[in-house]
Ligand binder design. Structure first.
Ligand code: FAD
Length: 403
């Protein structure tokens, strides 16, 4: 076991840290930096993205031939955490959901032509993308086998009908990856299809208002009523929709965790700063054991999350699926983020509840972490399934040299 990171990754980390501190963090305190939905205003984002690209800090997660730095998942874990010291960070480096996950799945599964058409413009920051899977009742949510949106094959195209909702970024996205039913086969009934926003036969019914700040393009409800998708725009072949979903969602869940750890650390940073200067009843907050226990507990739980994320990243970098590790990391980190924001607000008193710090932003944002990309309960159900299959092998160490 080796808990060291390569010097090249440390170099990216320190450059990202400096960029975030110099270019991004100061913007958080200025109301003019925000759009109407609590995210960074687009003109400002464009300027920062140009600076990040010029600094060679762009799409680091992708392979060099795709326009990235080939960081690998372990390198990403280090860098994404650093990016999300600021609430605006990841999107500046083109490492935010949903484009991040969409780029990675297109890079992994797209044909050369598909990469040229659907992936390259996202990598270049010319368009945004969305991943459309979840449906309102009685369609598929936690259980993808309930997906009801149909893509019916007619000649050399598929004709789509159905509904999706909570599709992040849909209002601003040009490239969509849609998961739809192409047959009733229980294992191979789903397929992934790509379409462009300008194609007729679909519409955005509404931008769903949510409790937290929103990604650019919001979270939308979509209706499909005769959208025609040419067969060449199918990703990974008919009936391979579940495979596409696994390839996309495993790493995408983990990248959420990497970013959430950065936000969790930021909560601790703000809490420590206030505790170190605030006195009451003749004692500095930071000198009270009750405060020290809260911060020590968070530090420990953040580190547990980091170790789980790193183990999953290591497994993915080695070609595995890291299903258990990703599930454990997702549950752990989503809950740590939630608690870190809560504890930091408590330590900051009334200030924590105000908009003078980003804690309230993070608190509202954090609640979704326990729902998106698999609710806590679903991940625990999956973990219990592994436990039933593997018994005590669930905790087995991999042995060097073993296949
Ligand atoms: C902010 C946000 C952004 C999102 N972005 C996207 C996106 O870009 N694309 C997309 O396709 N989807 C997106 N989603 C949808 C998200 O992935 C789903 O909400 C999630 O998968 C859960 O599905 P559901 O909402 O249908 O919950 P349901 O399946 O209706 O489940 C409801 C609740 O039931 C409980 N539950 C479910 N299954 C079990 C079980 N087996 N055991 C015990 N309890 C259980 C859980 O508490 C769960 O929260 C987004 C959601 C949010 C909130």
């Amino acid at each position: 076991m080796n808990f060291e990171i390569p010097a090249s990754v440390e170099e990216y980390r320190s450059r990202i840290a400096a960029f975030v501190a110099r270019e991004i963090l100061p913007l958080e305190a200025d109301k003019a930096s925000y759009d109407a939905h609590g995210n960074i205003a687009l003109p400002l984002l464009d300027t920062l993205r140009a600076k990040a690209r010029a600094a060679g800090l762009w799409c680091l997660q992708l392979k060099p031939e795709t326009g990235g730095a080939g960081l690998g998942k372990m390198g990403m874990a280090v860098c994404y955490e650093e990016m999300n010291r600021s609430i605006f960070g990841p999107v500046v480096f083109n490492s935010a959901a949903p484009d991040d996950g969409n780029m990675m799945v297109l890079e992994a599964l797209g044909t050369p032509d598909q990469k040229e058409k659907w992936l390259k413009p996202i990598v270049e920051g010319k368009v945004r993308s969305a991943f459309a899977m979840t449906e309102p009742h009685p369609g598929g949510g936690s259980d993808p086998s309930m997906i009801a949106t149909r893509a019916e094959k007619r000649g050399d195209k598929y004709v789509v009908s159905g509904r999706k909702w909570f599709i992040t970024g849909a209002e601003d996205a040009s490239h969509f990856i849609l998961i739809a039913r192409t047959s009733d086969d229980p294992k191979q009934g789903l397929s992934a299809l790509m379409f462009h926003r300008d194609q007729p036969g679909w519409s955005i019914k509404r931008r769903i208002e949510i409790m937290g700040p929103e990604e650019h393009g919001g979270h939308c409800e979509l209706e499909f009523d005769g959208l025609e998708i040419p067969v060449e725009n199918m990703l990974a072949g008919e009936g391979r929709g579940m495979k596409v979903t696994q390839v996309r969602l495993g790493p995408a869940r983990l990248t959420h965790c990497m970013r959430w750890l950065g936000l969790s650390k930021r909560c601790v940073e703000i809490a420590r700063a206030y505790a170190s200067e605030r006195y009451g009843f003749g004692v500095r907050l930071a000198d009270r054991e009750s405060i020290q226990l809260k911060l020590g507990d968070l530090a420990m739980r953040i580190e547990i999350g980091r170790l789980l994320v790193m183990k999953a990243a290591w497994e993915l970098d080695g070609g595995g699926f890291a299903r258990k590790e990703v599930s454990m990391a997702k549950v752990q980190v989503a809950n740590v983020l939630h608690d870190a924001a809560d504890v930091a607000i408590q330590i900051n008193g009334a200030r924590g509840y105000s908009k003078d710090t980003v804690l309230e932003w993070i608190y509202r944002y954090a609640r979704q972490a326990r729902l998106v990309d698999g609710a806590d309960e679903v991940h625990k159900m999956v973990l219990n399934r592994s436990l039933n299959e593997e018994g005590s092998g669930f905790w087995r160490w991999n042995v060097e040299g073993e296949a």
